[in-house]
Design a protein around this ligand. Structure first.
Ligand code: NDP
Length: 286
């Protein structure tokens, strides 16, 4: 029988814990979010992050900019937020307007406030097997989901499809750190089906709707679908042909309701953990 992994429930558990812990704090964790693009999905993501943050009792502020924002103004804001002791986490919603240099902005964020875990110091620490100040939210959420469902990773053949800096690469690193044997596939990979067929666990993060078909999946494999693809009717679907693959997989995440809610829960957890670290408090880990 196939288990549909319930990301919403798992995320709720994390958020409930955070809400209880935050209620006992005198000073509250705080998150600054910068929105400097006009993309509708980004606006929705930022609104959802703000809402969740408020629901936990965190302090949150969103800086929304129109296209007239300059790189210099954004740099000045990052410096101010870095210096502000009342801000624990800084998140720059990507992509930025095209005229802005997002890499320069990310590298200016104090790594101790880099709530997304995108700063090269945090990425580098993760790759060296050292503890970063924050781990990228989606990859962290994927590992938490697998652990919540007691899916053993040690020695398992995992195929991650997609090699972005925000999902594919850090997910591969985290899985390797959990002693899985990882293959990282991408758009230039030849014979993808032959590779995915060998996988005990497939993680797909491509943004290609229904890329992963039933005949690409080994019976009993675990399938984690990170993709979010908007169809012409407005419906969101993943990278996986869910209705067919669910008959073959042992565990599978739905879209929506799988990885997505975990991303936001991990963002909140990162904010809380950065707050603790910056205030020299214990109990940072769950
Ligand atoms: P990117 O566009 O940055 O990366 C996509 C990756 O998929 C690239 O490495 C690309 O290969 C690879 N790829 C594209 N087409 C194919 C193909 N046909 N076969 C194999 N590999 C392919 O995307 P992101 O990593 O930012 O996001 C991936 C998906 O995950 C998107 O749908 C996004 O919306 C979603 N997402 C979901 C989140 C969540 O919380 N659920 C969070 C973040 C993202 P190459 O490098 O060769 O171009």
């Amino acid at each position: 029988m196939t288990t549909i992994i319930d990301g919403k429930l798992c995320a709720k558990k994390i958020l409930d814990k955070l809400r209880n812990k935050t209620a006992k704090l005198e000073k509250k964790p705080s998150l600054a979010v910068i929105l400097a693009n006009n993309d509708e999905s980004s606006k929705l993501y930022v609104a959802s992050k703000e809402k969740t943050s408020n629901s936990l009792g965190f302090e949150s502020c969103v800086y929304r900019f129109d296209k007239s924002i300059t790189q210099g103004e954004l740099i000045k804001l990052i410096h101010e937020l870095n210096e502000n002791p009342n801000i624990n986490g800084i998140l720059v919603q990507l992509p930025l307007y095209e005229h802005l240099d997002s890499q320069e902005i990310i590298e200016l964020i104090n790594p101790k406030k880099d709530v997304d875990g995108f700063h090269p110091i945090n990425v580098g620490r993760l790759n060296c097997g050292l503890e970063p100040y924050a781990i990228c939210c989606t990859p962290k959420g994927i590992i938490k989901l697998l652990k919540e469902y007691e899916i053993n990773l040690v020695g398992k053949n995992v195929v991650v499809i997609g090699r972005s800096n925000i999902v594919g690469k850090p997910t591969s690193t985290l899985l390797m750190n959990e002693n899985a044997t990882v293959t990282l596939a991408h758009s230039k990979t030849k014979n993808l089906k032959e590779i995915t067929k060998t996988a005990d666990i497939i993680v797909s993060a491509t943004g290609v709707a229904k890329l992963i078909k039933a005949d690409m999946v080994k019976k009993g494999a675990v399938v984690i679908d990170v993709g979010i693809n908007k169809q012409s009717n407005g419906k969101l679907i993943g990278d996986v042909d869910f209705d067919k693959v669910k008959n073959i997989a042992s565990f599978i995440t739905p879209v929506p309701g799988g990885v997505g809610p975990m991303t936001i829960a991990c963002l909140m957890e990162n904010t809380y953990e950065l707050f603790l670290t910056q205030n020299g408090l214990q109990d940072a880990k769950f």
